[in-house]
Design a protein around this ligand. Structure first.
Ligand SMILES: Nc1ncnc2c1ncn2[C@@H]1O[C@H](COP(=O)(O)OP(=O)(O)O)[C@@H](O)[C@H]1O
Ligand SMILES: [Mg+2]
Length: 233
């Protein structure tokens, strides 16, 4: 479905948070690379989608009331067989019922596991009342959460600005490669930052978005979004 229709549908249903697959559809429609996925309403559909996209896969809870899926036991990675998928489906439903008893459950996202060898990065955006869309970049995990090592630019972010954003974080050396780790695909990061800026300028209904994490591979091997959160105004 096209981005505007997804937003209208969410609005019509009184939802501010896009569902996981809706957010990924919107992101993909702006040309940002996302890991292959499908939305399943039950266990059988989950198995069908898994065999269609190919193992190994990840299962993730889809609920309008849950933003941090891991916190409620709503993400299980590395599933290699139909049987793993069925078990994980039941386990996720059990976890969510125990830890978020009031959450409405739509189903699960079945997503292809990203290849190993990536480091996790984050691109985010928020619509500021004064500055308009502001785009954020940082490395995943403790780099953002503990060290607050991030960079910001007001949209429109052009490729040259994106390049500066990437280079100005304190942990940039990690992206250049060190201690036997390879240099990363910075062109792919620039492209995602620029496209995120375009998305925020064109889709005015979006208040906040987070691509967290984006799997970033070595130079020439690209980057892949595995989680997208989009909140409407
Ligand atoms: N397709 C995937 N391939 C590999 N790892 C994944 C994939 N999807 C999620 N993960 C891992 O699981 C973590 C949690 O999943 P995520 O979708 O970000 O859920 P949430 O942020 O809502 O807890 C990610 O940060 C990442 O480390
Ligand atoms: Mg996430």
């Amino acid at each position: 479905m096209d981005a505007r229709r997804i937003v209208e549908k969410a609005r019509a249903e009184g939802r501010k948070k896009l569902l996981e697959h809706e957010a990924l559809d919107v992101v993909a429609s702006f040309g940002i690379p996302v890991a292959p996925y499908g939305f399943a309403r039950n266990e059988d559909e989950a198995v069908d989608i898994a065999s269609r996209i190919g193992y190994p896969v990840v299962l993730k809870i889809v609920s309008p009331d849950i933003s941090h899926k891991t916190d409620v036991g709503g993400v299980i990675v590395n599933l290699a067989t139909d049987r793993d998928v069925r078990e994980a489906y039941r386990k996720i439903m059990e976890n969510v019922k125990a830890r978020a008893p009031n959450a409405r459950i739509e189903g699960v996202l079945v997503q292809k596991m990203a290849e190993p060898g990536a480091i996790e990065i984050i691109v985010g955006a928020t619509r500021d009342a004064i500055f308009g869309p502001v785009i954020m970049f940082g490395l995943g995990g403790i780099f953002v959460e503990v060290l607050k090592d991030v960079s910001f630019r007001v949209a429109p972010v052009e490729p040259i600005d994106a390049e500066e954003m990437i280079r100005e974080i304190r942990s940039f050396k990690i992206l250049e490669g060190y201690r036997g780790l390879p240099p990363r695909d910075l062109e792919a990061v620039k492209d995602i930052i620029v496209k995120t800026s375009k998305l925020m300028l064109e889709l005015e209904e979006v208040q906040d978005m987070d691509l967290n994490p984006i799997m970033l591979y070595e130079k020439g091997r690209g980057a892949l979004v595995v989680d997208a959160r989009i909140i409407l105004r």
